[in-house]
Design a binder for this molecule. Structure first.
Ligand code: NAI
Length: 251
């Protein structure tokens, strides 16, 4: 009998100030985890925390910039109890033709979306190993890490890197009882892209998704809770695609 109960677990969610990260934090808290909400915008984190507490959940906020080693070390102090669940969600997107990407734009996407995941995962895993405890790390990648589209070279490269990094870390850390898996969402409707998907170009894109709709935050809940809980105890180094069939769309 499988039931998800995260009571007593400590969870860290990066990029918890908006979008997917805010939703993921709320779900983990609803299932009993004590969630540390980490990002750069403290006021937005406060908002996530107050939504969690309104529903009876427990959380705290911490400033974190995943591109800054000192910030990552400060957010995951060596003397604190290690996290049992780490969701590497923080990310930035950049659109534009590969011929036009400036070096600083390329570096920002790779540093945030790929190196940021490594920084947080490595620090969290060190704390787990030092404490002799295992844990589960969930890296939010994207279907862009498994297939390409025009104008997303840096983003797609970073997300493909996250998927391969996930496998490499899973291999090395299984002996420490640390599991590492990727979640690969397709297009999810958010405040930022709602207007685009209401346009003709956006509607045409939706028609190419076999299920003929965008993802909703709640569509991620099942795979998230699977990876975050002991229900996936024999899964590591793998990825789950949540995309309404977009990756298997007709050629
Ligand atoms: P979002 O922009 O609402 O959320 C990204 C979060 O990351 C924000 O809270 C932002 O403040 C934080 N962040 C960015 N740089 C940071 C840094 N240096 N340090 C700490 N936090 C930082 O976007 P969304 O859509 O919620 O994306 C969340 C994750 O889901 C990203 O990794 C994204 O690539 C991934 N994703 C989103 C999809 C979508 O359609 N919305 C589809 C597939 C993947």
């Amino acid at each position: 009998m499988i039931s998800v109960d995260l009571t007593g677990r400590r969870a860290l969610v990066t990029g918890a100030s908006s979008g997917v990260g805010r939703h993921v934090s709320q779900v983990l808290a609803r299932f009993g985890a004590h969630v540390t909400l980490a990002a750069r915008r403290m006021a937005a984190l406060e908002e996530t925390a107050s939504q969690i507490s309104k529903h009876g959940g427990n959380s705290e906020i911490v400033h974190l910039d995943v591109t800054d080693d000192a910030s990552v070390s400060a957010a995951l102090p060596a003397d604190a109890r290690p996290y049992d669940i780490v969701v590497n969600n923080a990310g930035v997107a950049h659109g534009g033709a590969a011929l036009d990407i400036r070096p600083d734009e390329w570096a920002r996407v790779i540093d945030t979306d790929l190196s940021g995941v490594f920084r947080v995962a490595q620090t969290a895993a060190k704390r787990m190993v030092e404490a002799g405890r295992g844990g589960t790390i969930v890296n939010v990648a994207s279907i862009a890490g498994l297939r390409v589209a025009g104008g997303v070279a840096a983003y797609a490269t970073a997300k493909a890197g996250v998927i391969q990094l996930t496998r490499a870390l899973a291999l090395e850390w299984a002996r420490h009882d640390i599991r590492v898996n990727s979640l690969c969402p397709g297009y999810i409707e958010t405040d930022l892209n709602r207007d685009f998907f209401a346009s003709d170009a956006g509607k045409a894109m939706i028609r190419r998704i076999p299920q003929r709709r965008l993802g909703r935050f709640e569509d991620l809940d099942g795979p998230l809770l699977l990876f975050a809980s002991d229900a996936s105890r024999f899964m590591t180094g793998t990825e789950i695609v949540v995309d309404g069939g977009h990756l298997v769309s007709s050629m």
